[in-house]
Design a protein around this ligand. Structure first.
Ligand code: DUC
Ligand code: ZN
Ligand code: ZN
Length: 490
């Protein structure tokens, strides 16, 4: 039977190796992978190109209200178009519950908007800010059973923060229902105390954001989040890790066999606090939480990605415009406490890493695939449908030209943010053709699919949850012993 479409003569790279094989696609799925396949109804000549799994970006914010009530600049159309042009075929943004919101309505709302607009496939995590009895006992278990198998909690932000007691409740639901908790680990009171003193002294410029969000706040909260996860007996994903201190804490837990996982993002590999220290409000374009740190932190993050202490690299695309709708609600008088937190990165994520990682020899092409696609799919219950090029997997493919030079600028990106923190940087390596479930989404620098053609992904059990529940003995010390006893008596 003829293939609907073939990609031939390229070098196929998966997380576990590379090979010169052709790919034959039927009905949106990879039907064959071997050398010398016959030409399909449509054929892409990938001679001299690398053929990679489409990127999976498992941390991005789309059409979401922030804790401060500010709406993202990207909707599900612009975000998925931008992601596709950057070599991605799957995103997992958040459905955000705010205090007073019921989860079923949150999920219905985000689902409706995404279904109308997305051009590539998507799943959802939840953000939990209202862990009341209805949410914990009824709505969250139902959402997990419906395929939303991960959710994020915040240890900071007035409007989102959970206390440790609530965190334990949430972790416990994750354990019993088989879901993965993601945590924003920063100590709320350390940041609040520093910020208040800074503002009182008139230090309101963007650069003080990085002072208030001290590395100590991340270090303390990371340690505490891990301790809470140990007590609850539940794996934990620490998102947007930015400091050597947090890396060391995560590595120490992992060395003890505790299932703690970590993620980092472009802003921590490619920006520093010096980028925020600019005249006027310009530095607001680089403000995210945690903030970019320094060169020492960057080196530690590269190393942690290579060794697997941090298993994935996501954009944390948080698209806010440099105007009153996002970064500057009070114009030039906006203090660092009042501006929207976050930077865009859906489209630049993969080219930045490819250029600075693969093309300099800092990481292998296989490691690049692993941290930017495969581990996301594995971690969030999408593997092997996504994140790998294999017979039976979705034909989600990015054809990369490893030598193409592109100078990043807001005008050539497809999001609606209006600036990029990476303006003027030249990257080497670009995803020229992007295929999602056998549909050519991007080719010749043009979009070839319609709004609403992306599919919702009902996700399975996250791999860390499976791994933890199949083993035993990773809860440590007296608390674990006491908890086991308590469970036996229950
Ligand atoms: N956390 C995120 O994950 N993204 C943007 C801002 C934040 O605090
Ligand atoms: Zn966060
Ligand atoms: Zn985020």
């Amino acid at each position: 039977m003829t293939f609907d479409f073939t990609i031939r003569h390229g070098t196929v790279v998966n997380a576990d190796g590379a090979a010169s094989v052709d790919i034959g696609v039927r009905d949106g799925v990879i039907a064959a992978m071997e050398p010398g396949l016959p030409v399909g109804l449509r054929d892409i000549d990938a001679r001299g190109r690398f053929v990679l799994p489409g990127g999976v970006d498992s941390h991005c914010h789309v059409e979401q209200l922030s804790g401060m009530g500010l709406m993202c600049a990207d909707d599900f159309y612009s975000a998925t178009v931008s992601a596709a042009f950057g070599g991605n075929t799957t995103i997992i943004p958040f459905g955000a519950q705010h205090r007073g919101n019921a989860l079923p309505e949150v999920i219905a709302d985000y689902s409706r908007r995404a279904a109308e607009k997305a051009v590539i496939d998507y799943g959802f995590h939840l953000i939990l800010a209202n862990p009341d009895e209805q949410t914990l006992r009824v709505d969250l278990p139902q959402a997990i059973r419906d395929g939303i198998t991960s959710f994020k909690v915040f240890m900071t932000y007035d409007a989102l923060k959970l206390d440790d007691f609530q965190m334990l409740d949430v972790l416990d639901v994750a354990r019993t229902e088989g879901a993965l908790v993601m945590v924003h680990a920063e100590n709320h009171d350390m940041i609040r105390w520093l910020a208040q003193r800074l503002v009182e002294r008139g230090h309101k410029a963007p650069k003080y954001h990085a002072v208030a969000h001290t590395p100590l706040a991340e270090a303390e909260a990371t340690y505490r989040a891990i301790a809470l996860s140990q007590l609850a007996g539940t794996p934990l994903m620490i998102v947007h890790v930015s400091t050597p201190e947090a890396i060391r804490t995560i590595a120490a837990a992992q060395a003890l066999g505790v299932p703690i996982y970590g993620e980092t993002c472009p802003q921590y590999l490619f920006l520093t606090a010096e980028d925020i220290d600019q005249p006027g409000m310009e530095g607001a374009k680089f403000c995210c939480s945690p903030p970019p740190r320094d060169g020492v932190a960057q080196d530690a993050l590269w190393e942690a990605l290579k060794t697997g202490v941090l298993r994935m690299y996501s954009s944390d695309h948080a698209p806010y415009r440099f105007d009153e709708t996002g970064k500057l609600p009070h114009g030039n008088k906006t203090s660092f406490k009042q501006m929207a937190n976050g930077v865009p990165g859906l489209e630049a994520r993969l080219p930045l890493l490819f250029s600075a990682g693969v093309n300099t020899g800092r990481m292998t092409m296989e490691q690049f695939v692993d941290v930017s696609a495969t581990q996301h799919a594995r971690t969030y219950g999408l593997y092997p449908r996504k994140g790998v090029l294999a017979v039976g997997s979705d034909a989600d493919i990015a054809v990369w030209n490893a030598t193409r030079e592109v100078t990043l600028s807001a005008s050539m990106l497809h999001d609606r943010v209006g600036y990029t923190p990476y303006e003027g940087r030249t990257v080497t390596g670009w995803p020229e053709i992007v295929v999602s479930r056998g549909r050519v989404v991007v080719e010749d620098n043009a979009l070839h699919v319609e709004a609403g053609s992306g599919a919702y992904l009902r996700r399975g059990t996250p791999e860390p949850v499976l791994a933890a529940s199949s083993g035993s003995g990773w809860m440590m010390g007296a608390s674990a012993h006491a908890f086991g006893t308590y469970r036996d008596e229950a």
